[in-house]
Design a protein around this ligand. Sequence first.
Ligand code: CP
Length: 312
Amino acid sequence: MKKYTELKDIKDLAQLVDEAIAIKQTPYYFQHLGKNKTLVMLFFNASLRTRLSTEKAAKNLGLEVQILNVNDSWKLEFDDGTVMNADTSEHVKEAAQVISQYADVIAVRAFPSLVDKEKDAQEVVLNSFIKYASVPVVNMESATAHPLQALADVITLEELKTKKKPKVVISWAPHPKALPQAVANSFIEVMQMANVDLTITHPQGYELSDAVVKDTPVIYDQEKALKEADFVYVKNWSSYTDYGKILSQDASWMMTQEKLGNAKFMHCLPVRRNVVVEDAVLDSENSIVIHQANNRTYAAQVVLKNILENIE
Ligand code: CP
């Protein structure tokens, strides 16, 4: 693996998942790979899980870790040819090259604006680092994708499934803030790569990009979609068509124990209790969100391991 900025960087998903599950048993076995090497993590946005699990994964591999909250640093310019006489102090061209001298791998988290659909689709921040950095780049959630989360999700599903081809439903849920589509996009993409029967359910107006949905069935009736589900992944996203808008806060879409039945409940976290999902679900044995969050470490570790093995 030369980089991990999108799920397409995975050559063989089943093999990578098996490798992650094996690493979980012997997490310190590959400490030599990171010796005298450094991971620099750049955060343009907040994080709990991604930050701590990726740092833990890196340290398990013997890497040094440096973390920069980019908003505490010089404001970066991403456009070419700009007369930088306003609020940006440093161009990403210099910044990425400079950081590449300190880092053997650069990981970036940069959310979308949810205002400019075209610009968000261009993944300006992530692609600028891919373009100007001279070391491998890892996506820690970008404008349109969260491939580390998706890898942790598929690892979790593989560990806990009780049938060969489980039914998996991704269900939209209400939320008071406009959230990105990234987690839903990547979860759908990784499930399309896995051996599952996937269904998408959301209210009208919350259709995701056709390029993401492809031929996955979309059922607007949540109750119908959830029938005989083995895993239910709940996530809010703001409208993609009416870009970044909150079209509904319909509480009837909140996940409840009654709707979930015997299915396993999945969520990337953080989650708003009794808005996205009721307490009874999160506090039940059917909630696997803590297991999922633990697998963030092994998803990051298998990715970093494969990247380190490819650094000359
Ligand atoms: N799921 C996830 O990415 O969590 P954080 O935003 O806390 O990193």
